[in-house]
Ligand binder design. Structure first.
Ligand code: SF4
Length: 325
């Protein structure tokens, strides 16, 4: 029912974002609890709903149906923008009930998708997290994150911060057919290098690995070696998940792009996470490739640990901060 408060304020198209409609809305709250308790964090911020990166396998697609839009083209092209996200976040970080827990971003839709180039919500969000010294992590496919390296560095001086890029393959053909709206995977590898050189720990989530499409040893090895060479602070694979709602979007795409694989997928995905043996063998294969590529390097500069005492110090006024620079 959370979505009910996000009532469209304004809807419009702009020439520089042809084919994308922005639906501006005002959120009542922005730090949301992660449902299920299965992930290693409890809180998340998602300034956008829908994602123009348009990945065919996207697990977040069904969330658009809660807003009376479809999980297909609407999810990719009708983007809900929570325009007041930074202001609401400041209010929530200042509240006595907020305990300064880790906040994960990029858990649902991508915070550095194309809309961010226009709305710059992440800059306001990062500024608030820096001012309140609140630990956070960002998962993205968007190289636009590099615009905010200055803020990420400031964050790393006062709290625990990390980034991860989701990169399923470096195979150009597979990238083009499965993630048509994303930056080139090699640009994402370059972004990891830039972030780690700037002292921001950045890893690679090899996700999702698509059986029969992006799981050949040569494909996995190429990605692992590029990630290690770029200084990735972690490299871990995830096999494709096909939960209800995503399955209905993915299988028609597979039928068209790889009809020969359909029987195999129907067999493998009788349950949403694929066969356990396949998941485990993928983990082992990647792990041995990481070792063969020289292993994970230690991050250059461990981020400072957040402490409750830090958080209780009030943020410095922004104009004062500017004067100090
Ligand atoms: S970048 Fe992430 S959220 Fe966006 S479409 Fe791809 S998988 Fe979905």
């Amino acid at each position: 029912m959370d979505q009910l408060f996000e009532i469209a304020r304004k809807t419009f198209d702009t020439p520089e974002f042809r084919g994308i409609t922005f639906i501006e809305s005002e959120a009542k709250s922005i730090i949301n609890r992660v449902p299920g308790g299965a992930l290693p964090f409890d809180w998340t911020i998602n300034p956008y709903r829908g994602c123009s990166h348009a990945c065919v396998y996207c697990f977040a697609r069904p969330t658009h149906t809660f807003l009376d839009m479809n999980a297909g083209r609407d999810f990719e092209s009708k983007i809900v923008v929570k325009v007041n996200a930074p202001d609401v976040l400041r209010r929530e970080l200042a509240a006595k009930r907020w305990k300064g827990d880790h906040i994960a971003m990029g858990t649902n839709t991508d915070p550095y998708q194309r809309a961010e180039g226009r709305y710059k919500l992440m800059r306001g969000i990062l500024e608030a997290l820096v001012d309140y010294r609140n630990p956070f992590s960002i998962l993205t496919k968007g190289t636009l994150i590099l615009r905010d390296v200055d803020l990420l560095q400031r964050a790393a001086e006062v709290t625990t911060v990390s980034a991860a890029f989701s990169i399923g393959t470096l195979d150009e053909t597979v990238w083009r057919e499965t993630e048509p709206g994303t930056p080139h995977p090699k640009a994402r590898i370059d972004a990891i290098r830039t972030l780690t050189e700037a002292g921001i720990p950045a890893g690679v989530l090899m996700a999702p690995i698509l059986p029969g499409i992006s799981d050949r040893p040569v494909q996995l090895r190429e990605l692992v070696e590029a990630a290690i060479d770029a200084g990735a602070t972690h490299v871990s694979p995830i096999l494709l998940h096909l939960r209800p709602g995503v399955r209905e979007e993915f299988l028609p795409w597979l039928e068209e792009a790889h009809p020969d694989l359909v029987p195999r997928y129907l067999e493998m995905y009788r349950q949403p996470y694929g066969p356990k043996a396949l998941r485990e063998s993928l983990g082992r294969r990647v792990s041995s490739m990481v070792s063969a590529a020289g292993g994970i390097r230690r991050s250059a500069e461990p981020a400072r640990r957040f402490s409750r005492r830090d958080r209780d110090r009030p943020p410095e006024p922004r104009d004062e901060q500017l004067r100090l620079l």
